[in-house]
Design a protein around this ligand. Structure first.
Ligand code: TYD
Length: 135
């Protein structure tokens, strides 16, 4: 995978409910170095508004739903709606992202390829565009 795309995780269904599982390097294209999650987002708030240089991530709507806008800085913008805990959205480095319209009680789990590093963030949109243009 080298572009944003959604995909299904394995799922075990029985009369007791569903179980999904994710193995780093197997069900997703990187080893998982970090997991974080976003929750209790107040109505009308948005998250993100930054890009990463190298970080690869998989976003999962563990509960509820939200939208993610992705912008490659070169003119291509995509909107994804995540609402299924059995679906991941793979996002490689180099995409400006905004997460918004979190439903009440929703949780966004993020699997990440690297530990937290503020140096990998691009938090200014003009800098992001310039960087992509000059790449
Ligand atoms: P940020 O990535 O900007 O959040 P979002 O994109 O969801 O709006 O992170 C918010 C704050 O949390 C920022 O001060 C950095 C800190 N943070 C960590 O310390 N470790 C982490 O793994 C993450 C993702 C964020």
């Amino acid at each position: 995978m080298n572009k944003p795309e959604t995909f299904y995780f394995p799922q075990v269904k029985d009369s007791r409910g569903n179980l999904s599982f994710i193995e780093g390097g197997h069900h997703i294209p990187f080893e998982i170095k970090r997991i974080y999650y976003i929750y209790d987002v107040p109505a009308g708030e948005s998250r993100g508004a930054h890009a990463h240089n190298f970080l690869q991530q998989v976003f999962v709507a563990i509960s509820g739903s939200f939208f993610i806008d992705l912008d490659d800085g070169l003119g291509t913008k995509q909107t994804f709606f995540l609402s299924n805990p059995n679906v991941g959205l793979f996002v490689p480095g180099g995409y400006w992202r905004s997460l918004y319209q979190f439903s009440s009680g929703s949780s966004c789990m993020v699997l990440a390829s690297l530990p937290y590093d503020e140096g990998d963030y691009i938090r200014d949109y003009a800098t992001f565009l310039a960087k992509k243009r000059d790449a």
